[in-house]
Structures are given as structure tokens and as C-alpha cells.
Design a protein around this ligand. Structure first.
Ligand SMILES: Cc1cc2nc3c(=O)[nH]c(=O)nc-3n(C[C@H](O)[C@H](O)[C@H](O)COP(=O)(O)O)c2cc1C
Length: 241
């Protein structure tokens, strides 16, 4: 196996950090790795806001469900899809298409994953923060995000102060198939995976959480998440047509 594969296969989210800061060299290497990600039609439809002002960080944390590691991580970056830049350089550009939301989200996600993998390869750790979409109107005001820009996810980075277990993924044969979509789910495999996830949570939480994977997705998908999202996208000039 290569060193890159080793790093990727040992990913787990880190939510507890030491106080040690990243060096400029580390930060620049992570940024360069993020920027090296592929980009749809070379649109480079992303902007990353590094939140360094402690007061601002506290306010951002409050908008993101007060997740403590947003405040304690050495770095907190907000990854945004960005078509504002294109409109500034080429004012006649046509934007607002649903497809462009996908382009912005995909480009930015690829950057984010490159950033985290680069950080992990340096012995650092991190966790993505989808909660930047909890109160997106307020976050836009706080970070001065103009029309054409939407926050997609945050990324906490720092030196790990914990060593969590790897979280078991679905069996590869369920997530990868050949030539066509499988006619039905392999129930036996699902059952085994449910047990594996339940065991993982039991061990990780000392018995406090006793949830299978299907139990978890049942809870998560029982209701609409962030019901204001379409209105927010429209206000920011996304998904208008
Ligand atoms: C887009 C995205 C948003 C996420 N948002 C949060 C978050 O707000 N808070 C958090 O603690 N973890 C968050 N996570 C981390 C996931 O919970 C985690 O990746 C998943 O449970 C798998 O665990 P692992 O990363 O340790 O393998 C997010 C992950 C992704 C990809």
C-alpha cells in the first residue's frame, strides 16, 4: 500500500484538539493540496474563509450548534461554493442554474477532502462541520458572504487530543456494483452491518448509545432537515432555474 492509501484508510473525525497551532508551512501545504483538486469546467467555484478572529469564531460556533471543537481547533475554515467571483470578472455570465449548485458543491467538497487528507498526512486531524448550514442567513451576514456565495461545510483542523476507533463503513459490495444498480439489497449483509455499527456505538459511548445504522438513518431521515434551504439558496442566487 502507498502512504496516501494508508492515510485515507485510517481517517476518523477528530473532535478534541491540543492547543498547538499549525505552522505556516503546514497551513500553506494544506491550502495548496485543497487547490490542487480537480474542478468542473475549471470553474474553480469555491472560496474558503479561514476564521482566525477569536470573537468571530465564538459567534460562528454559536450559529453551528455550539459544537465546542469549532472553538478549540487550531484552525476553522468555512468552505463555500462561489459564483460571485465569476460574476465580478464576467458580468454577463449566466448563473442561478441548478447544475451550477452541483458544480459548486462538488468542486468545494473535493477541495475539502483534499484539505483533510493533506492534514491527516501531516499527523493532524479534523472534522467537517455541516452545521454551518444551520443558520445560513446569519452566517452570511457574519462572514459578509455576498450573493453567489453559500457556505457548504466547515472544517476544524488541529493536533489530535484523542484516538478514536475507525467507524465501520458499509460493506464494499453494497456500495460498489458492476454495470447496473443491484435489483435488491442483500438483507443478510445489511443485518450484519447493523450489528457491527451497534457494537461500534456501544463501545465508543460506554453503552450510552445503542443504535444500528438503519436505526440512525431512520431517525435522520424521519423529517425534513433545514427546511429553509431552498429559500436560502434562492436568496443567494442559486437554483433559480
Ligand atoms: C459534510 C459533512 C458534515 C459533517 N458535519 C458534522 C458536524 O456538524 N459535526 C460533527 O461532529 N461531525 C460532522 N461530520 C462528521 C461525520 O459525522 C463523520 O464523518 C461520520 O460520522 C463518519 O465518521 P468518521 O469521519 O469518524 O469516519 C460531518 C461530515 C461531513 C462529510
Amino acid at each position: 500500500m502507498t502512504a496516501a492509501i494508508e492515510v485515507m484508510r485510517h481517517h476518523r473525525s477528530i473532535r478534541k484538539f491540543t492547543e498547538q497551532a499549525l505552522s505556516d508551512e503546514q497551513r500553506e501545504a494544506i491550502m495548496a493540496s485543497a487547490q490542487a483538486a480537480s474542478s468542473s469546467s475549471f470553474l474553480q467555484a469555491s472560496t474558503v474563509i479561514r476564521v482566525t478572529d477569536p470573537e468571530l469564531r465564538t459567534k460562528v460556533m454559536a450559529l453551528c450548534g455550539n459544537q465546542a471543537y469549532i472553538g478549540s481547533a487550531a484552525e476553522f475554515w468555512v468552505f463555500c461554493a462561489d459564483f460571485h467571483r465569476h460574476l465580478q470578472w464576467v458580468p454577463e455570465a449566466k448563473t442561478g442554474f441548478a447544475e451550477q449548485l452541483l458544480i459548486g458543491a462538488i468542486d468545494t467538497a473535493l477541495m475539502g477532502q483534499n484539505a483533510l487528507t493533506a492534514a491527516e498526512s501531516l499527523g493532524l486531524g479534523g472534522v467537517f462541520i455541516g452545521a454551518v448550514r444551520n443558520q445560513p442567513f446569519e452566517l452570511c451576514d457574519l462572514l459578509a458572504l455576498p450573493k453567489g456565495v453559500i457556505p457548504l461545510f466547515g472544517l476544524c483542523l488541529g493536533y489530535p487530543d484523542q484516538d478514536p476507533e475507525l467507524k465501520p463503513r458499509l460493506p464494499t459490495s453494497l456500495m460498489f456494483c458492476e454495470n447496473r444498480y443491484p435489483a435488491r439489497v442483500d438483507e443478510e449483509q445489511m443485518q450484519r452491518y447493523d450489528e457491527q455499527v451497534q457494537e461500534y456505538y456501544r463501545t465508543r459511548t460506554g453503552g450510552n448509545k445503542d443504535m444500528s445504522w438503519t436505526g440512525q438513518i431512520g431517525e435522520t431521515l424521519a423529517k425534513e432537515a433545514r427546511p429553509f434551504m431552498l429559500e436560502f439558496l434562492h436568496r443567494q442566487g442559486f437554483c433559480l432555474r
